[in-house]
Design a protein around this ligand. Structure first.
Ligand code: PHE
Length: 336
């Protein structure tokens, strides 16, 4: 009996199988009911009592070893099967869905492109600002009602820390750190405390521009804006300037373009006026230049500011401003 067990132990150690069929054959030969190892268990009855304990242990070890060996071979077979049978190396790769640029980024990029062709460069600044850069330097006197024009989100009071309400704050930073001539565009996100609806949001995007040099005139401003309007909305676009008020510009104006939907004939979009408003502008107030350390007897300048959402709406007729911040790919994919 013992020698038979030893012989079978050698056989088990030498088990090998290249296919599931070979593996199954081994199982049948050794471990099935009529298998060689099972037969030994049947013969166990004939073992003399004093040897039963020792032989029993050997038999159990043999059976466990055989089972373990078969399990190992099975796992090994399945692993190689995974690589060779489940994977189709000739299959073409899945295409990755391509993202699109956000409409606001597209339009912002186009605005920057147009002005960079006439010498403007881009400057950026912080969204969290102090009172001086957003209001003080820009000729908003303390307690002046003009501060109510832009409902401000305050983070701290005394000294004021706030979310910028326009990117004119970046212009303040440029004027206080650079010498004229200055010709700069300030794109960025701004915040105003407004109820969210289809036509207003508590944040939006602006591109503001500033040009300071000797002898800059209102005619230069008008020329630059006319050039912009034609580049952005087409060669036949006309502009008109209406007097307006901003604390930091004098004189100030708001600019309309001829309605790009009806070409100026009048439609629902332009409320039958033939014109739509697109930006604010003016000559930089001498007080602003002085506050920023620029000699207003030598230099003059113009500034303008527009909402990127507004321009995007005019170009693409987006009816609801909230779509811009909802990240719905069905909306975003329409802007290729
Ligand atoms: N800062 C103004 C606004 O946010 C826009 C503007 C910029 C107007 C420059 C005139 C000159 O509404």
């Amino acid at each position: 009996m013992k020698s038979k067990i030893a012989q079978l132990t050698d056989a088990v150690n030498a088990f090998s199988a290249k296919t599931h069929e070979e593996l199954e054959a081994l199982r049948i030969q050794y471990l099935s009911k009529k298998g060689e190892i099972s037969e030994l268990f049947n013969d166990f009855r004939t073992v003399p009592n004093e040897e039963k304990r020792e032989i029993g242990q050997l038999l159990n070890q043999l059976r466990d070893a055989a089972q373990a060996k078969l399990n190992d071979l099975k796992t090994a077979l399945e692993a190689t099967k995974g690589a060779s049978e489940k994977m189709d190396l000739t299959r073409s790769a899945d295409t990755l869905p391509l993202g699109t640029r956000h409409p606001l980024s597209l339009v912002k990029g186009e605005i920057i492109d147009i002005f960079s062709r006439i010498g403007f460069t881009v400057a950026e600044g912080p969204e969290i600002e102090d009172d001086w850069h957003v209001f003080g330097a820009l000729n908003f006197p303390p307690e002046h009602p003009a501060r109510d024009m832009q409902d401000t989100f305050f983070i701290e009071k005394d000294p004021d820390v706030l979310l910028r309400t326009h990117t004119s704050s970046v212009q303040t930073r440029i004027m206080t750190t650079q010498k004229p001539p200055i010709r700069v565009l300030c794109p960025g996100r701004v915040y105003r405390n407004e109820a969210i609806s289809y036509r207003a949001h508590c944040f939006f995007h602006q591109v503001e521009g500033l040009y300071i040099d000797k002898n800059v005139s209102f005619a230069d401003l008008k020329q630059a804006l006319l050039y912009f309007a034609k580049e952005m909305f087409g060669e036949n676009t006309e502009i008109r300037l209406r007097p307006s008020y901003f604390p930091f510009t004098e004189p100030s104006a708001e600019m309309d373009i001829s309605c790009n939907l009806c070409g100026g004939k009048g439609c629902n979009f332009c409320k039958h006026t033939g014109w739509v408003e697109i930006l604010g502008c003016g000559m930089v107030d001498p007080n602003v230049l002085e506050a920023c350390g620029i000699d207003s007897t030598i230099y003059s300048g113009y500034a303008f500011g527009m909402g990127v959402e507004r321009i995007t709406n005019l170009k693409f007729q987006v009816k609801d401003l909230r779509l811009f911040s909802e990240n719905d790919v069905r909306f975003l994919q329409q802007f290729q």
